[in-house]
Design a protein around this ligand. Structure first.
Ligand code: WT7
Length: 652
């Protein structure tokens, strides 16, 4: 704790403040600070006003129905998310405006105007209908970052099918588990995708996954790679995207959805093994992502907006697809990684498309810092006018680097805190109003009632730390966990009565600014991705050689955290370096490459409390090479000393 406090004090000693430039404020979507007070005075009317900027087929009768912890927003309203993201802009005469500027890893490119996007979405929506998909059916999506992915989401929204995107980096087993949990009828995939010059064989993984998914009736496959990724098509089950599109008509009336009808399910890691199906509905979610894109990214008609996330994560759902498209923005979308073909790929993309608003993650920024400022300096970044950050706390050093070498000290930096569960940004600066401090997400957005509380759920005084909670419902909040109201109650609403528990630690400084300090549970943030220690542990103990396992997130200067596994082997098994490698590969195979432990450490025993709980805090101390903390509650304190000695002596 002492170490942690010193680190926090160092963080809060960050004294630099960057006030918005008047040139920015003059043109900003939000320039009147009174917006906070207005929202506080009457949150429901405030959100109703935000919602009324969207197109509703039928206006709602009641803004909010709150039966804690279950919320309904814009009750009785009818709306279609796809119509709002696509048709509406075509109707408004913006049909020829580019909606998506896409660039594949091999350098291929596609531009889709709003009219073209509409045509493709309508065709694919009809194709799904022909496959028997009706309103309420779940559709699993396992695709690379190609335009068809965005088209698939929007087409689902158009006909009222509930999409569940599974990130293409997840394994066949993870895909199967999620498909079975939501009972998806259709799976949309591709032969493969490109990453770092390699083909990611998605269809092969999909085939493996659906060998045991009784609900899946058909599979649609996009041909992305072609001859270099030979695949097999299963007669009577699998169809090519392109064949379907050719045969489908291009007119499809959008389904008027109830405001509280589901829009999507997105799985995220919890602190227990089983992934949580975060359940989002239509009217509130769309209002939230629409209005926050407009406020925080200051989106204007002329903007070229680029969020570098993958649509497999919530950032891509909310801030590549629904939020920016609901604003009629032009969005850049890319496939691959920042270092392929060259390490200046991002800066080249910004230069090429004249990107004005750029949204990425601290882990990427820290990687760019390591590569040096000459790479961005070699490209013309003059078009940029606003920079965003998301996924984990941004350290002040990375903030300053981003501001200086990418934003050339002219662009506001918006650090945005939110979660899969919150649906949209919750704590972030309003770039025309809020002075920023490097490392702080600043203040809760207008209409968002966030606080930092102590163990008893009491708000802490300014200048202190505790747990981040949300005190009142907000439009984009998850409605429940798919099929598991009890777990929803237990995970988010049981820690503190009547407060939504985020799982994050935070501090408020004397100006009331929020400083996020990371997870307080056993979820780790690896390169901005939320991974569950427990899930990795369950996989490890499935391996024949493993008796017991504990996984922790070790501090990593690039990724934020890196998974490290402590393993006890079964009687008679030899703990060899080969076995360590095998276990890493095993976890990678079972859960996906991003979950692969960076290190496997063998130990004769794991440190446990007298009640048998593994003491992760101590393991973290060991893995990070720190002095040992308090070990008095340990059943056998010598375990830790032995472990530490082995680790530091490198005997592993
Ligand atoms: C967790 C949510 C939000 C989309 C991407 C991640 C951490 C996220 C920040 C930030 C500090 C952040 C939190 C949160 N986090 N953004 N700006 N500052 N921490 O979504 O996978 O649901 O993860 O990411 O710990 O709880 P997610």
């Amino acid at each position: 704790m002492a170490d942690q406090n010193t680190a926090i004090d160092a963080l809060l000693a960050e004294y630099r403040v960057f006030a918005p430039e008047s040139k920015f404020t003059e043109q900003a979507n939000i320039s009147d600070p009174d917006i906070y007070a207005r929202a506080r005075k009457d949150p429901e009317s405030f959100w109703a006003q935000c919602a009324s900027e969207l197109h509703w087929v039928r206006k709602w009768d009641k803004t909010l129905e709150w039966n804690p912890p279950f919320a309904k927003w814009f009750v009785g309203g009818k709306i279609n998310a796809c119509y709002n993201c696509v048709d509406r802009h075509v109707m408004a005469g913006k049909g020829d405006k580019p909606a998506i500027l896409w660039e594949g890893e091999p350098g291929d490119a596609v531009t889709l105007t709003y009219s073209q996007l509409l045509e493709q979405v309508e065709r694919f929506a009809n194709a799904m209908r022909k496959l028997g998909i009706v309103k309420g059916d779940r559709v699993a999506i396992y695709m690379p970052m190609i335009p068809e992915l965005a088209i698939a989401l929007l087409a689902c929204a158009r006909i009222g099918a509930v999409h569940s995107v599974i990130f293409g980096g997840f394994s066949a087993d993870s895909l199967r588990e999620r498909i079975n949990d939501c009972g998806a009828k259709l799976l949309i995939t591709a032969d493969g995708g490109w990453r770092r010059g390699q083909v990611i064989p998605l269809k092969a993984a999909a085939d493996e996954a659906i060998s045991n998914t009784p609900s899946i009736q058909s599979v649609v496959c996009v041909r992305r790679i072609g001859d270099m990724a030979p695949i097999s098509m299963h007669e009577g089950r699998d169809v090519w995207w392109h064949d379907l599109m050719r045969e489908s008509s291009e007119s499809c009336v959008p389904e008027p959805m109830d405001s509280e009808d589901p829009l999507f399910i997105l799985y995220t890691s919890g602190s227990t093994g089983k992934p949580k199906g975060i359940y989002h509905t239509t009217g509130g979610y769309l209002t939230g992502v629409y209005i926050t894109s407009k406020w925080v990214f200051d989106l204007k008609d002329e903007d070229i907006y680029w969020c570098t996330a993958d649509i497999g994560w919530v950032t891509g759902h909310s801030y590549i697809v629904y939020g920016p498209l609901a604003n009629g923005a032009t969005c850049v979308m890319y496939e691959g990684s920042p270092d392929t073909p060259t390490k200046d790929r991002f800066w080249k993309i910004i230069e090429k498309w004249k990107v004005t608003v750029f949204y990425t993650a601290p882990t990427a920024i820290r990687t760019f810092m390591r590569w040096g400022e000459s790479l961005p300096a070699g490209c013309n970044l003059d078009s940029l006018r606003l920079l965003g950050s998301v996924g984990e706390p941004i350290n002040p050093e990375a903030w300053i680097w981003y501001h200086k070498y990418i934003g050339k000290e002219r662009c506001p930096v918006v650090d945005t805190w939110w979660q899969t569960e919150t649906g949209h940004i919750m704590i972030a600066p309003l770039p025309g109003i809020t002075p920023t401090k490097p490392g702080a997400a600043t203040r809760p957005l207008p209409g968002i009632d966030a606080a930092v509380v102590n163990d008893n759920g009491e708000e802490v005084p300014l200048g202190s730390g505790g747990y981040l909670v949300i005190k009142s419902p907000w439009p984009g909040m998850l409605r429940t966990l798919w099929g598991d109201d009890n777990r929803y109650r237990q995970v988010y609403w049981s820690r503190f009565p009547n407060l939504y528990f985020t799982g994050d630690g935070a501090r408020v400084d004397n100006d009331g600014y929020f400083w996020l300090l990371g997870r307080v549970d056993d979820v780790m943030l690896v390169a901005g991705h939320n991974l569950s220690a427990m899930e990795m542990e369950s996989v490890l103990v499935e391996h024949d050689a493993v008796a017991e396992a504990a996984v922790i997130g070790r501090h990593d200067s690039i990724k934020g955290q890196a998974p490290v596994a402590f393993v006890t082997v079964c009687e008679g098994v030899r703990a060899t370096p080969e076995l360590a490698e095998e276990l890493k590969a095993y976890v990678g195979k079972k859960l996906g490459a991003i979950c692969k432990p960076e290190e496997v450490l063998f130990s004769a025993e794991l440190p446990k409390t007298r009640s048998g709980k593994i003491m992760r805090r101590l393991l973290r101390d060991i893995a990070e090479g720190r002095m040992l903390g308090d070990t008095t509650t340990l059943a056998d304190p010598t375990v830790v000393a032995t472990l530490k000695k082995r680790y530091t002596d490198g005997e592993g």
